[in-house]
Design a protein around this ligand. Sequence first.
Ligand code: ADP
Ligand code: MG
Length: 620
Amino acid sequence: MKRSKPWIKIGPDAATIIFFVLALLIIPGILPNNYWQSIFSITGIYVMLALGLNIVAGFTGLLDLAYIAFFGIGGYTFAFLCSSHFGIHLPFLIALPICALTAMVSGFLLGLTSIRLRGDYLAIVTLAFAQIFKLLLLNLDTPVNITGGVNGIYAFDMINIFSIKIVTPENYSTLIWTCALLVFIVSFRLKDSRIGRGWNAIREDELAANTIGINTTRMKLYSFASGALIAGFSGAVFASFQDSVFPNSFGFQQLVIVYCMVIIGGLGNIYGVIAGAVILSILPEILREYGGLRMMIYGAVLVSVMAIRPQGLFSVIPGFTKLTRRPDKDETGELRASTDLYYFQKNDKIDSIKFKKQATSLLKIQNLTLNFGGLKAIDDLDFSLHKNEILSIIGPNGAGKSTLFNIISGIYKSDQGKVIYKDLDISSYKPHMVAKSGIARTFQNLRLFNELSVIDNIKISRFCRTKSFFFSAILNLKLNKREEKETDEKAKTILSMFGERLTGYRYNQKVSQLSYANRRRVEIARAMATDPEILLLDEPSAGMNPQETEEITKFIKQLRDQYGVTILVIEHKLNLVKAVSDRVIVMDYGKKICEGSYDDVSKNPLVIEAYLGKKAKSEK
Ligand code: ADP
Ligand code: MG
């Protein structure tokens, strides 16, 4: 079957190469005067700056309002290191990385204190940092002159790169656009790597990202620091280009402009952000002759763009994005039925059973208790899960079943008791550690990465099983190449477990476009892609019709029988419970009221009273 590739896989395509060739070789030669030459250079700086912010705000979804301060830290560090201000005259190529690293370390330190804050709170703390930074710039000129106050610092050393002197405006634009190309390549490589996928997952759903093995706190910190690194780098280039630094270049207004570039281009979309930076750098200059009206028109353009295309001007560029739709015909040319009626054939033939319940226990729940205020959600719960077993947990709504899953997967900490997994006490593990140790879960109310494609949702799960890091991802070293290939193959293998339901053209569909049943399947596939030994399924058939329920029932059995996964499943549909369970545990008010085979449990008077009622008798 022919498979289409997602467009981001194509690599820096022809348009981008042409863009940078033009920017580097042709435009500097044809600009009419030095004024336009300098606008062209400034545009290059904004492209870098916007691409850096795009990593933090676009890829990771962090509202970082300190971003412009890191730009300033880069600029001022450059002024300190390459001028007569302190009499330090470092060569450009040594000063540049120092400036970038200084900004990165500042970003890292600020991140350490505030990255655990969410949304608005992070915005407030980072904004405060930016304001303090600007006040320091303004006031650190007395008693010792450090920042030069309002006037800043000027007259820097001439740049000399391997005895090539950077003096003319053309020299500068070449230098700046070379740096911009570098930043473009870095952000492109990061976006399409394990790291970029981890960031995207955090943006889409932080808790879900955490439960599939991503250390979200650490990854957010890396994102914050990477943004600061690029801002600092751009700041140093900007300072040397302007031959001066002063506080007004690093204020709130600048921050708003860079944010507009990223938002107009489409958060997270590299090509869009470059286009946004180019348009918003040039637009004010074109409008310059309208004097006072200039900023008003600028604002009006921004507001209208956001009103018409809130997802960003370039979120879908025709010709760049392959829109995938269901093919009407299959590969033999036969007209095919609507896929949701297309029966799942692979599972129909039942292979020999390879795995069966064993006597050894894999997971032990010991005296577990959790209170929410006065409510005992889990009350002295005790049970064990055996290797290769399918154990169902049933019970009325509010019995504490999902809460139990939240404790096992590390989202809640129990007040008392332990969770022992293979002789290891995992009670204090964070969600990503639980996932990494081999326990994966699904959620009762789906928590998918809705704006990402089906295949990316699955690939993200490989995060905790791969190692490629910044260096390897940016340079696309052997390790990265191998892991990317394995990640892709693994994701496709996992998706093919559902027959044709999630393969082919479905790979590149956004999860939010899928049917409800298919989204449930993607969530199971996502959990399976972490290579779990134990799978926790929270109402896997909720919202499915009878036919889909029958299919998922077979699938759950197959996960154990064929793949040897140990399964703990919460379910309301008793047909499913009856068909899959080796054992059943009934919970009520946080307690285990009964345990045994489905038949035993369904006869138990306590259970009938608490939950099954009259329906249970007819069920039998
Ligand atoms: P179910 O067995 O239906 O999955 P849950 O485990 O979701 O039940 O909930 C058990 C009880 O704990 C319910 O009464 C619920 O309202 C309460 N509960 C669950 N999560 C929280 C929470 N985060 N804060 C307070 N109460 C909660
Ligand atoms: Mg529940």
